[in-house]
Design a protein around this ligand. Sequence first.
Ligand SMILES: Cc1cc2nc3c(=O)[nH]c(=O)nc-3n(C[C@H](O)[C@H](O)[C@H](O)COP(=O)(O)O)c2cc1C
Length: 181
Amino acid sequence: MDWKDLLKRRESCRVYRDQPVPRTVLDELVKEALQSPSGCNAQPWRFLIVDDPQAKKRLVEALDDDGLTGCPWGDTVPAFIVISELKATLKPKVAERYDSQKFAQMDIGMAAMTICYAAADMGLGSCMIGTFHEKKLREALGIPDEAKPRLIITLGYDGVGHPPRAKIRRTFAEACGHNHW
Ligand SMILES: Cc1cc2nc3c(=O)[nH]c(=O)nc-3n(C[C@H](O)[C@H](O)[C@H](O)COP(=O)(O)O)c2cc1C
């Protein structure tokens, strides 16, 4: 898909068709995410594809963070990708100056963005979910102590089928300066 079309087409999708996403497609999304940039090329991430009904059920229970959930429609989601942060190994001089995890959340955000645009390019809807009960999610998916789950991406075929929504965004003038704040 043309980049400008893809920019319009990618939007948060919260209504999915009851249709599984083939494992090969989910694997391809992660393979494309692995091409994302990261600070010092540290790649401080691990991706967990969750498409098995039992594993999904456990994940969906972890979406309830003591009464707060950003994904009340979790039980309708065909597949999830959970991105966890790993300890980053930075280049020695960078590691001396900065905390090893300084760039890790940015890195994960970029990988997540790659997944969402790649999904849109493949005709899939996606939505990033930033809220979940960390302990329940760890237990649900066997995420070890040395990894920190950061983001969940929901994936599936769009159940609404409308043209892309108009994006509600700050204007260019509000959001961008030139040469001085
Ligand atoms: C880090 C992050 C966390 C998000 N968490 C949630 C969430 O928990 N639930 C949800 O419905 N959308 C979530 N979103 C989606 C945003 O609400 C959405 O990207 C924003 O409103 C812009 O809309 P658009 O994605 O359709 O362009 C999240 C997005 C990001 C980048």
